[in-house]
Design a protein around this ligand. Sequence first.
Ligand SMILES: Nc1nc2c(ncn2[C@@H]2O[C@H](COP(=O)(O)OP(=O)(O)OP(=O)(O)O)[C@@H](O)[C@H]2O)c(=O)[nH]1
Ligand SMILES: [Mg+2]
Length: 280
Amino acid sequence: MPDNPLNIAVFGESNVGKSHYGAQLIGRLNAETGMLRMRGAALDLAAFDDVVQSLSGGVPGAHTAAGSYTETILPVVTEAHVAIDLSWPDYAGEQVSSLLDERLVPASWHQRVEAADGWVLLVRPKSAPLVDDIFSRPLGDLKSSRPEGFSIECSSQARLVELLQMLLYTRRSRTGKVKPALAVLLTCWDELKLPEGTKPAEVLREKLPLFASFLGNNWDESDILIFGLSATGVSLTKESPNKDFIFKGAEHMGWAICDDGTQTTDLTMPIAELAKTVHD
Ligand SMILES: Nc1nc2c(ncn2[C@@H]2O[C@H](COP(=O)(O)OP(=O)(O)OP(=O)(O)O)[C@@H](O)[C@H]2O)c(=O)[nH]1
Ligand SMILES: [Mg+2]
């Protein structure tokens, strides 16, 4: 096993499923059924306690409180004995909004942005509808189609491009390091109601074409992975707790979609595949 474990860091805007994926991943690691296993001693997993507890009762966890920032390091190992320190932040997604609005990467993020060998970006396609913006229609047209004084905002796709550009700039300017390998996880895949076998890269191209072409133009094909993820498998509501979560256990719920469109219950797969890409 190498002395220095690989470092993988997770990013995502508000409400994309960061906390629920973190909680479900911990469940899978504890169940020891997937491509990744824990290595090392018990950890402080307090940041995910609330969501883990809510899921075991079949209800969704709460949003991460604004202003909170914790980082959980999950020491894991792949089947090929590659050690990884998975840095799972639990920050309110609003931090990303203020990062974009203020055009400033907070100091608390620098270490993760700079040190990571691989980045995981969570994107929820249902919350990123295709809308016209300055990239798809002339500014004059946009202005005339909106009431007087209406401000024209960046589309969700443009925000994602902006986020990655800011992270890349911070990394390059402070360390001179090249781009890390990147895994884009299209979250809440169940919401998209897609036919079985649909490939994540096709969904990215169809639902987020601008973002897809930015990725294609900036990353080598061998350094980018696109997966689907449904951390809970279904939409949960507080009003009617999901019986499968209660009786089967949250560790049996949720699935991911591999790049060839096949479904797997192994929620550790996207991270394990990214580690392979980084390590090879
Ligand atoms: N349908 C469906 N809903 C999901 C899934 N994963 C998470 N959700 C829901 O999406 C919402 C947001 O999930 P969170 O994990 O709290 O998202 P977050 O990125 O941590 O959000 P902030 O803490 O606000 O930054 C919650 O209502 C979850 O129940 C999924 O796989 N499928
Ligand atoms: Mg959260």
